[in-house]
Structures are given as structure tokens and as C-alpha cells.
Ligand binder design. Structure first.
Ligand code: HAM
Length: 414
């Protein structure tokens, strides 16, 4: 016998109540985001590898270690999308969305792929709900975007939230700061983890993400990017904070916050939930004013976020919805009545009822009634040798009926 196959490591089947919970997240996200003018977008599951190399940044963990990259039969290098911002910006350019009134606001809920160490809350295929507003550098975009994510978490009952907020400034500020930071790291090189030391020149900001005790000590005394902002960036950050204060949204300014993707400029933020273990980040994002240019477009600011659906479900209140009701279950006693029973169930659905047919040859009527009861059916049609009976399951009342009027009766009494 050949071996039974399992879903690949780090992937999950989404079944039953879980599937209903995903659908509920999507529905509530639609409610929150479409009320603010966000339109749904769906981009392909794979893109040219270069999109992520250029967009997300060649020195990021995502691009260096985590992409599912393959060559297709036509010899092109493709990558399963590890994130949604670069694809949405590509689509913005490809469809000439700069000609629309700005900002263009788009949202998505899709699956993403990263080759990461699988653990609770971290998967190799996971779902994100995300929102991007492209074409405005107004600080109100940043604040509104953060508030919408907070509102989404609120409607989904996500508990134990903490919002960290910072500003990374412009690429120029960051380039100057980078040199200062490398100098500081170099001065304390012997205390740093091997990984941070090795990547210091390429991506010194990663040191802020390290769990290594020595590195953390060095970082504690490092100069902070937040102190190096120029006046325009500082003004922008102040304006974002004022709007969040006006909306009474609590946050902590955290100069240690860096995000794992290279496209961020100015505002960055992350929501963490105390309900989650090591993988606390439930959603995050920020401004990416240089990304569209990075993708060969004209200078175009943008701002957005993404939140992990599995993490929302781990940290949120149970979202199981009642299953779809069954108005009518159609049972029959013998194969010669299958066609009539089949037609009755089909017509019932056409009339708008939720209707199911006996499909497993259960005993008539006992086994079939038991199954209909398990499904929570309101009515059961029993097609037997003596004619058709309609049984109302909660009262047990059963009446002989002509099959023509049966659907109308269920519609009336439902
Ligand atoms: P990110 O922080 O890499 O940002 O991912 C956003 C969220 O996706 C995380 O907070 C986490 O909840 C979830 N997530 C990430 N990786 C995994 C994983 N392996 N398993 C389960 N959940 C995961 C972005 O992706 C940016 N595109 C967000 C953004 C949009 N920035 C601006 N616009």
C-alpha cells in the first residue's frame, strides 16, 4: 500500500467552524473597510520574483530566506506572494490608477506564503486581511488607516491589544542614521549576535528585532532614528499622533519598532496581542512613500496595513456562526422514487429554500428522520409507497400532502 499524504508542514486545512470563522472575518472587514471607501482587490497568488526583490528589499528576511520561488515551464522566475503591498502597488501602476481621484483605497483578504519556522500562530501559508491607501501623503491617511485596523480588531473581539507606533523618517534621514548606527554597532561588535554582526552592513536596523541579550544591551544605548527625524517628518508624525489622540486611541511611541520589510518611510505601527505567544504581532503596517518609485512608477505616497487572520482568530472571540439552516429534508423509501425526490429537492432550492436530499441510503423513515434531526431540518418530506407525507420536526406533526403543494406549504409555514 502506498503511504497516505499529509498537508505540507506549516499549512492547514480550514474546516467547518473554522471556515465559517474566516468567512466572518472577511464579512466584518468588508463592513469596516467599505464604509471608509476601500474597494476590494484580488491580485494573483504568484508574481515575478523581481517584484518582491525590488519592492520588499533584497536584504530583508522575507526576500533572503522566506520566499517560495520557482521557475515555471517558460523559464520565468516566479514567487508565491509573501505579502500584499508590493502586488497592490504593481496593480495600481499597471491599471493606471493614478488617473483616478487620489488616494485610491484598496483592501484584500487572501493567502500568503513564507518559508518560516512553523509554530503556533506562524504558518507557511497564512491569510491576511489588508488595506492600502495610495496617492496621498496626508497624515490623516495614516491615522485613519490605523483607526480602521483598531475598529476591525474591536468588531472581531481581539483581546489584549497594545499599539506600538513610530516613525522611520525619509530614506535620506534613514541613510544618515544608518551610518551612525553601524558605527555604534561596530564599537560594540563583540557583544552582538553572530547574525546581527554578519548582517550589520547590509541591514543594521535588524538589530532592533533581535532577542539576543548582548545585542539588546547594545541596542539600548544606540542612537534612535526617532531622534534623527528632520522637521517635515517630525511634523508629519506629530499630526498623526494628534489625530489618534483626538480619536482617543491609546498607543505607545516605541523608537525600537522596526518592521521586517524595507519599503517603510515615516509612520510605522504594530498591534500586538497579549493573548498570543511568541508570535504576538496580530497586524501592522505603515507608510511606504518610495515603493511605487521603486517599481518604476512616478513618486507616489502610500500607507496601509495587514493583519494575520489566523492570529486574529487565536486572539479574538469565537466567531463560529450558526450553520446554514435546513428548511426541508427530502427522504424516500426506494430507488424508484429517487427521481421524484431529486426533482423535489431541486425545485425547493429554486424556490429559495435550503433543501437537502437523502444521499446515503439510510433506512426509511427511521434512519432518514434521525439524520434530518441531526441536521436541524425544520421539515422532512417522506416519499413512500403510500404517497407523500410532510413532517414538521419540532412538533412531530405529520400530514399526507400532494407533492405539488409541498414546497408552497413549507414556504408558508417556515
Ligand atoms: P507583516 O507584518 O509582515 O506585514 O504581516 C502582517 C501580519 O501578517 C502580521 O502582523 C501577522 O499577523 C501576519 N503574519 C505574517 N507572517 C505570518 C505567518 N508566517 N503566519 C501567520 N501570520 C503571519 C506585511 O505583510 C505588510 N504587507 C503589511 C503592510 C501593508 N504594510 C503596508 N501595507
Amino acid at each position: 500500500m502506498s503511504e497516505r499524504l499529509k498537508a505540507p508542514r506549516g499549512t492547514r486545512d480550514v474546516l467547518g467552524e473554522q471556515a465559517a470563522a474566516y468567512a466572518e472575518v472577511e464579512q466584518r472587514a468588508r463592513g469596516v473597510l467599505e464604509a471608509a471607501g476601500y474597494e476590494r482587490i484580488e491580485t494573483p497568488a504568484f508574481e515575478a520574483t523581481e517584484l518582491f526583490a525590488r519592492g520588499v528589499g533584497p536584504a530583508t528576511d522575507v526576500v533572503e530566506k522566506e520566499m517560495y520561488t520557482f521557475e515555471d515551464a517558460g523559464g520565468r522566475s516566479l514567487t508565491l506572494r509573501p505579502e500584499g503591498t508590493a502586488p497592490v502597488c504593481r496593480a495600481y501602476l499597471e491599471h493606471g490608477m493614478s488617473r483616478r481621484p487620489q488616494p485610491v483605497k484598496l483592501w484584500y483578504m487572501s493567502s500568503f506564503f513564507r518559508f518560516e519556522r512553523a509554530q503556533a500562530g506562524r504558518y507557511r501559508q497564512f491569510w491576511q486581511v489588508g488595506a492600502e491607501a495610495i496617492g496621498s501623503d496626508d497624515p490623516a491617511v495614516d491615522a485613519e488607516s490605523i483607526l480602521l485596523l483598531a475598529e476591525l480588531f474591536d468588531t472581531l473581539g481581539v483581546r489584549g491589544l497594545r499599539l506600538r507606533l513610530s516613525s522611520l523618517g525619509t530614506p535620506r534621514t534613514r541613510a544618515l542614521y544608518r551610518e551612525q548606527l553601524i558605527e555604534h554597532l561596530n564599537r560594540h561588535a563583540e557583544q552582538l549576535s553572530t547574525e546581527v554582526r554578519e548582517r550589520m552592513q547590509r541591514n543594521p536596523l535588524r538589530a532592533f528585532d533581535s532577542d539576543h541579550a548582548g545585542t539588546r544591551a547594545v541596542i539600548a544605548t544606540a542612537p534612535k532614528l526617532l531622534d534623527a527625524l528632520d522637521s517635515a517628518d517630525r511634523e508629519h508624525f506629530t499630526a498623526v499622533r494628534e489625530l489618534l489622540d483626538d480619536a482617543s486611541l491609546a498607543y505607545e511611541v516605541d523608537p525600537m519598532l522596526v518592521r521586517g520589510l524595507d519599503y517603510y518611510t515615516r509612520t510605522v505601527f504594530e498591534f500586538e496581542s497579549a493573548e498570543l505567544g511568541a508570535q504576538r504581532g496580530v497586524g501592522g503596517g505603515g507608510r511606504y512613500d518610495g515603493l511605487i518609485e521603486q517599481l518604476a512608477g512616478p513618486p507616489t505616497p502610500g500607507c496601509g496595513w495587514a493583519a494575520g487572520v489566523e492570529r486574529i482568530l487565536l486572539a479574538g472571540e469565537p466567531l463560529a456562526r450558526a450553520g446554514a439552516p435546513v428548511d426541508l429534508y427530502v427522504g424516500f423509501d426506494a430507488p424508484q422514487r429517487r427521481r421524484v425526490a431529486f426533482a423535489l429537492a431541486t425545485q425547493a432550492r429554486q424556490a429559495g429554500l435550503h433543501a437537502q436530499l437523502e444521499l446515503a441510503g439510510r433506512s426509511f423513515p427511521k434512519g432518514q428522520l434521525k439524520h434530518a434531526d441531526r441536521l436541524g431540518a425544520r421539515f422532512v418530506a417522506l416519499l413512500g409507497a403510500d404517497g407523500v407525507a410532510l413532517r414538521q420536526m419540532d412538533t412531530g406533526e405529520q400530514t399526507e400532502t400532494a407533492s405539488e403543494g409541498l414546497i408552497a406549504q413549507v414556504l408558508r409555514r417556515r
